[in-house]
Design a protein around this ligand. Structure first.
Ligand SMILES: [Zn+2]
Length: 517
């Protein structure tokens, strides 16, 4: 069923192709303007649409009733190509036809003029498998291509293609399909198949497929072959690859509690049982990313839907002792380990080093035992204290005219605006800050979330804000920040309402693209 499903829903026109927009647009422009290259090189990972687009291109080139660049799907040529009967489309799998004789034969075929006014299209899949002699023969054809011939070379290993070949092709680099696009495609299929599938199952499949669309569809096929008209999350576990979520959850909890030995033991046990450490590390990073977002947006159910209720509660309990900053640091350390795993002689070493680095620092959890219920506001408490100390009035320290709180509030939007010139994301942090009090030359700003307060407090950011404060208010003001969880951001007069979504963006912004993808 799985390959059938993939074939059944294989895109037949450009509009149906999932993702790869940059390639679709360029090819469609070339088709419409008639500026066709003699040779194309499609490189990129397996199962993301290289041969699919190659066939659509072949179809469009020979279709007599195109709409713009789209093949009509009705004319004789379209029908023939679709059913694999066309004499003008020749597909060669270089993995099994890699020798010089095949390429010579191909040259003979290329000399035969195609049916009237048609293009003869050769798709050579896995072209990197060709022998050196075969590449040389291919090069000869590409050097003097017959007018009516188009070559489409596809490869997953571009580094194995001789430079002389690459330079004679128009090259397109295919990329992995985005998670959201994969999900949308799977949902379309499910709808057409008239089977109800739990959206969490779809998301699970998409995540497992890691951007390889063909794998995703084939996995979906396996799930659908369970045969029911409705597929639940529970049923899907019969088919979906095992999830390491429980192990990852245990590992992360050990990290939170600074249990170095236990975490190292877990890694080695996982490896002994045949686990893939690179995959494990990647999944752990993804899990921590979801925790980070959940911590900030409080969308626990939505972000951690795959955790059992009890596990989630347990995890939340540990998280009360973990600051957003240390969570961010953990992710960074693990990403570094991930980058090193493939290069490492001892496969588990980078991850082991990461564990030591994380658990031997003192800012992950204060409490080694980790089993007492912490105070609900443990997360924010330390910042509150230090901020309170900072804003303690120090009478007689300054003789300059005092800025009034009301004036400060009035001109606050100017501060935010002026900061944009220095640092855009810092400016957006201050948007959710609320001037609380002015004491002598100290301005205290409240934030609802520790995350924002921590960022603004960083010394280089603090200096930047103070520079702008002096510009706007015409006097030197020292910045102090505090966390006030009771702040109502949507209240008029307070900072501009900040939706959870914006906050997610802000966090993603500070994490950079790496984690997101
Ligand atoms: Zn047609």
């Amino acid at each position: 069923m799985s390959t059938t499903l993939y074939r059944k829903y294989r895109p037949q026109i450009f509009a149906e192709v999932v993702d790869q927009n940059h390639i679709k647009v360029t090819l469609q422009n070339e088709i419409e303007s008639g500026k066709i290259a003699h040779a194309y090189l499609f490189s990129g990972p397996r199962g993301v649409g290289k041969t699919t687009i190659a066939r659509i291109l072949a179809k469009a080139l020979n279709c007599r009733q195109r709409t713009n660049a789209e093949p009509c799907e009705r004319c004789a040529s379209c029908e023939e190509i679709k059913n694999g009967r066309s004499l003008d489309l020749i597909e060669i799998d270089a993995a099994s036809n890699r020798g010089i004789n095949e390429i010579r034969e191909l040259r003979e075929q290329a000399r035969v003029t195609p049916a009237k006014e048609n293009y003869k299209v050769f798709i050579i899949d896995e072209v990197h498998m060709l022998t050196t002699e075969a590449f040389n023969a291919l090069l000869k054809i590409l050097e003097e291509p017959p007018a009516h011939v188009v070559f489409i070379l596809a490869t997953t290993e571009i580094h194995k293609i001789p430079e002389t070949i690459i330079s004679r092709c128009q090259r397109f680099d295919f990329k992995k399909v985005a998670l959201a696009e994969t999900i949308r495609h799977l949902e379309e299929i499910v709808q057409k198949e008239k089977i109800k599938v739990d959206s969490r199952v779809i998301e699970n499949i998409a995540r497992h497929a890691e951007g390889y669309l063909r794998d995703a569809v084939s996995l979906l096929g396996q799930v659908l072959s369970l045969g029911d008209k409705q597929i639940t999350l529970e049923e899907s576990t019969l088919v979906l690859p095992r999830s390491d979520l429980a192990t990852i959850n245990a590992f992360v909890t050990q990290l939170f509690q600074n249990q170095t030995a236990a975490a190292l033991g877990l890694i080695n046990k996982y490896l002994e049982e045949g686990g893939d450490l690179e995959f494990f590390t990647k999944e752990t990073v993804e899990f921590l990313r979801r925790l980070l977002l959940a911590l900030i947006t409080q969308n626990w159910q939505e972000l951690l839907w795959d955790l059992a209720d009890d596990d989630l509660k347990e995890l939340q309990r540990h998280l009360r002792k973990v600051s957003i900053e240390s969570l961010r640091r953990m992710i960074e350390i693990l990403l570094e380990a991930l980058a090193n795993i493939r290069r490492s002689e001892i496969i588990q070493l980078p991850l082991e080093l990461a564990v030591v680095k994380i658990t031997q620092s003192d800012n992950v959890a204060e409490d080694q035992s980790g089993f007492e219920p912490p105070a609900p506001s443990a997360l924010a408490a330390p910042v509150k204290t230090s901020a309170a100390q900072k804003i303690a009035p120090e009478a007689g320290e300054s003789s300059k005219p005092l800025a009034e709180l009301e004036t400060v509030k009035q001109k606050w939007p100017e501060v935010i605006e002026a900061l944009k010139d220095y640092n855009h994301s810092l400016s957006s942090f201050l948007k959710v800050g609320f001037p609380q009090s002015v004491n002598a030359d100290k301005l205290c700003v409240s934030f609802k979330y520790t995350f924002h307060a921590e960022r603004v407090k960083e010394s280089k950011n603090k200096v930047m804000v103070e520079t702008v404060l002096e510009k706007v208010y015409g006097q030197k003001l020292l910045l102090a920040v505090q966390v006030d969880e009771s702040l109502n951001l949507s209240e008029p007069g307070n900072a501009a309402g900040q939706s959870g979504e914006n906050m997610v963006e802000m966090v993603l912004d500070t994490l950079g693209g790496e984690v997101v993808n």
